[in-house]
Design a protein. Structure first.
Length: 416
C-alpha cells in the first residue's frame, strides 16, 4: 500500500514544522532506519521549510508506527505532532505527490522550486537504497506529470510575487538580460528572491548594495555578483540598467539628483527602476526624468493580481491532467498483480512441461516406439495442465460458485 504521511504550511505553524525538519546529512540514516520498520517496504523523505513528508510502500494500512517513528526521530512526543499530520493512501497518495510536484499544494501557487526538492528526495532515497519497484516508479511518474503540467499549462509563467513581477517586467523592457547590469539595494528576502529570479534569467552582472556588507556578500555569492555598501551607490549607479530597491529605510535611498547625474553619465541610456519598499526608497520625482522607467509596489499589484488569476485557471487545467495521470498509474499498479500471477502460472507450466518431456526422452532412450512416446507425452501434459483447473471448477460447481464458473468460461474462452 502506498502511503504519504506529513505536515505542511497549511496544517502546522512554523514552530512545529521546524521541529520535524530532517537535516540533509541525516536523510540517509533516517531512511535506513525507516525501512527497518517491519511494515515499511520502500521509503523516501521530502523535507523543506514548508513541509515534511514521508512516502512509503507499506505492508498494512495503519500509519501509527510511522507517526511514532517520526516523533522518535526528533525527540518529540507523538501526541504533540499527531494533530498536525495528514495521511494519503494509494490513489490519494499518488494524486498528492503529483499536486506537490506541480506546485498546486505550495504556499505560492505554481512555484517551481518544490519539483527540484522532490527530485533531490528521490535521489537521496535512491542512493540510500530505499526505493523499490513501486515507489521508484511513482516518483518517475510524478516527474513526468509535473513536466506535462509545466508544458501544457501556464502554471508557472505568470508573476505572483512582487520580486517575480518586477523581474518579468524588466525582461519585457530588456529582452536580453544577459547584456544588462542590475543593482539590488537591500539584503532582505525580497531582494534575495529578485537576485534568484535574475540569475535564472541569465542577468549579465549583479551588484548588491547594503548597509551591512557581509549580508550583501551572502546574496552576491549566490548570484555571481559583487557587494558594495549603500554609501558607495553613487559610484556605481551609472553602471545599472536595472535597479531594484527594498530596504527598511525611513528616508529615500535614491534622490532625483543622484539618478539625474547617473543618466547623464549613461548618455541617456534608459534605466529601469523598481521601488519595492514601503515607505519609498526612490523619490517619486525620479519618475519624472526622461529615460527612467520607475515602478512602485502599487504599480506591480495589477500585474500580480492578473498573474494569480492566470495561475488559478492553469491550476484547474493541471488538476484535470493529474486526475488522468493518476488513473494511468493505477492501471500500471493493477497490472503488476497480473504480471506476478502470469509469471507463477508460466513457471508452474514449464515445470510440468519439463517433467513430461524428461519422461518422454527417457522412454525414447529405452527404445520405446516414438509414436507411442509422443501420444503419451501429449496425454500426460494435457492431464497435468488441466488437473488443478478441473478440480477448482468441480468444487465451484459443488459450492454453486457461479462467479468462478463464469470466470473460467471467460478465461479459457469456452464456447457453448
Amino acid at each position: 500500500m502506498l502511503l504519504t504521511l506529513g505536515l505542511n504550511h497549511n496544517t502546522a505553524p512554523l514552530e512545529i514544522r521546524e521541529k520535524v525538519v530532517f537535516a540533509p546529512d541525516r536523510i540517509t540514516n533516517s531512511l535506513q532506519s525507516l525501512t527497518n520498520l517491519s511494515s515499511v517496504e520502500e521509503a523516501a523523505i521530502l523535507s523543506t521549510c514548508n513541509r515534511t513528508e514521508i512516502y512509503c510502500d507499506l505492508t498494512h494500512q495503519h500509519p501509527e508506527d510511522l507517526i511514532a517513528w517520526l516523533a522518535e526521530q526528533h525527540n518529540l512526543n507523538h501526541q504533540d505532532i499527531k494533530s498536525y499530520l495528514y495521511t494519503h493512501s494509494d490513489m490519494h497518495s499518488i494524486k498528492h505527490m503529483s499536486r506537490v510536484a506541480c506546485g498546486l499544494d505550495s504556499m505560492i501557487l505554481g512555484e517551481p522550486q518544490i519539483l527540484g526538492q522532490m527530485k533531490s528526495a528521490y535521489q537521496q532515497a535512491n542512493e540510500a537504497g530505499t526505493l523499490g519497484k513501486y515507489l521508484g516508479k511513482l516518483f518517475q511518474h510524478t516527474f513526468q506529470v509535473a513536466k506535462k503540467v509545466r508544458t501544457d499549462t501556464a502554471i508557472g509563467s505568470s508573476p505572483v510575487s512582487i520580486a517575480f513581477a518586477g523581474v518579468k517586467l524588466a525582461q519585457q523592457i530588456f529582452s536580453d538580460l544577459h547584456a544588462q547590469t542590475a543593482l539590488l539595494i537591500g539584503a532582505g528576502e525580497t531582494i534575495e528572491l529578485t537576485a534568484q529570479h535574475l540569475k535564472e534569467l541569465n542577468i549579465g552582472r549583479v551588484i548588491i548594495a547594503n548597509r551591512t556588507l557581509e549580508k550583501a556578500h551572502a546574496i552576491a555569492s549566490r548570484c555571481n555578483g559583487y557587494a558594495i555598501e549603500i554609501k558607495d551607490i553613487p559610484k556605481h549607479l551609472a553602471e545599472a540598467d536595472i535597479v531594484f530597491s527594498s530596504t527598511a529605510s525611513q528616508l529615500p535611498i535614491l534622490g532625483k539628483g543622484s539618478v539625474e547625474t547617473a543618466i547623464k553619465k549613461r548618455k541617456h541610456k534608459p534605466m529601469f527602476m523598481v521601488d519595492l519598499a514601503v515607505p519609498h526608497d526612490i523619490e517619486k520625482e525620479v519618475g519624472e526624468l526622461s529615460d527612467v522607467y520607475l515602478y512602485s509596489v502599487d504599480d506591480l499589484k495589477n500585474v500580480i493580481d492578473e498573474g494569480l488569476q492566470n495561475r488559478r485557471e492553469a491550476a484547474e487545467q493541471a488538476e484535470d491532467i493529474i486526475n488522468t495521470q493518476v488513473s494511468s498509474f493505477q492501471t500500471w499498479v493493477r497490472s503488476q498483480g497480473a504480471s506476478e500471477i502470469i509469471q507463477q502460472l508460466r513457471h508452474q507450466s514449464e515445470q510440468s512441461r519439463d517433467t513430461a518431456l524428461n519422461k518422454a526422452l527417457q522412454s525414447l532412450q529405452n527404445g520405446t516406439n516414438p509414436e507411442n512416446v509422443l501420444k503419451r507425452l501429449a496425454n500426460d501434459l494435457t492431464n497435468k495442465l488441466l488437473h488443478e483447473p478441473s478440480s477448482s471448477i468441480k468444487q465451484a460447481s459443488a459450492d454453486s460458485n457461479i462467479q468462478l464458473l463464469q470466470a473460467a468460461k471467460q478465461l479459457f474462452k469456452l464456447k457453448k
